[in-house]
Write a protein that binds this ligand. Structure first.
Ligand code: SB7
Ligand code: NI
Length: 185
């Protein structure tokens, strides 16, 4: 079981590396790792597990956050329209994105960041992601609003990018041009 003490924190150079593609079909080891990652994200939203293991709730996890520099991520969340998403993904790639931006009004956090970094994180409002699922299926996901934000946060980790890299330093709460808050999408 993945626990909080395995989560790589800010300052470790692995979080800033660009990760390697996973060779497909995925090895049993890579599949095992990714399913552990998905289980961790689920556990982090289960009251009993949170209490027992002092987990910090999170909606996703990228492999570099457990010290593995490979293109794998897990997400498990419900959006503002009660639509659920639960995926372990290998080699996710953003095929296309909108010009329109979105953001969370309260900003973002990260399991690898033990401090509050206030500010708006501009994200594309809509993205199309191609990936291979944990089950070995090739999928094309069309995502908008909150779901698009979560996937962009996780895919950023695979490229060594942290959420606060996107915050406008001079005016952290200035909404980007041509944007709608995800809460209103
Ligand atoms: C706010 C939080 C997350 C994504 C988008 C908005 C994920 C938090 C957990 N993680 O650090 C996963 O990388
Ligand atoms: Ni993160």
């Amino acid at each position: 079981m993945i626990a909080m003490d395995q989560i790589i924190r800010e300052g470790d150079p692995i979080l800033r590396q660009k990760t390697e593609k996973v060779e497909l079909p995925a090895s049993e080891e890579d599949k095992e790792t990714l399913s552990e990652m998905l289980q961790f994200v689920k556990n982090s939203q289960d009251d009993e597990m949170v209490k027992k293991y002092q987990l910090r709730p999170g909606v996703g996890l990228a492999a570099p956050q457990i010290g593995i520099s490979k293109r794998m991520l897990a997400v498990h969340f419900t959006d503002f329209h009660d639509k659920s998403y639960s995926y372990g993904l290998f080699n996710p790639k953003i095929l296309s994105h909108s010009v329109e931006k979105t953001y969370l009004q309260n900003g973002e956090g990260c399991l690898s960041v033990d401090r509050d970094v206030p500010g708006i994180v501009p994200r594309y409002a809509r993205i199309t992601v191609k990936a291979t699922t944990l089950e070995g299926e090739e999928v094309k996901l069309r995502l908008k609003g909150y779901a698009a934000i979560v996937l962009q946060h996780e895919i950023d980790h695979l490229d060594g990018v942290m959420f606060y890299d996107h915050i406008n330093q001079d005016n952290p709460f200035q909404p980007p041009e041509n944007s709608t808050p995800a809460e209103e999408m």
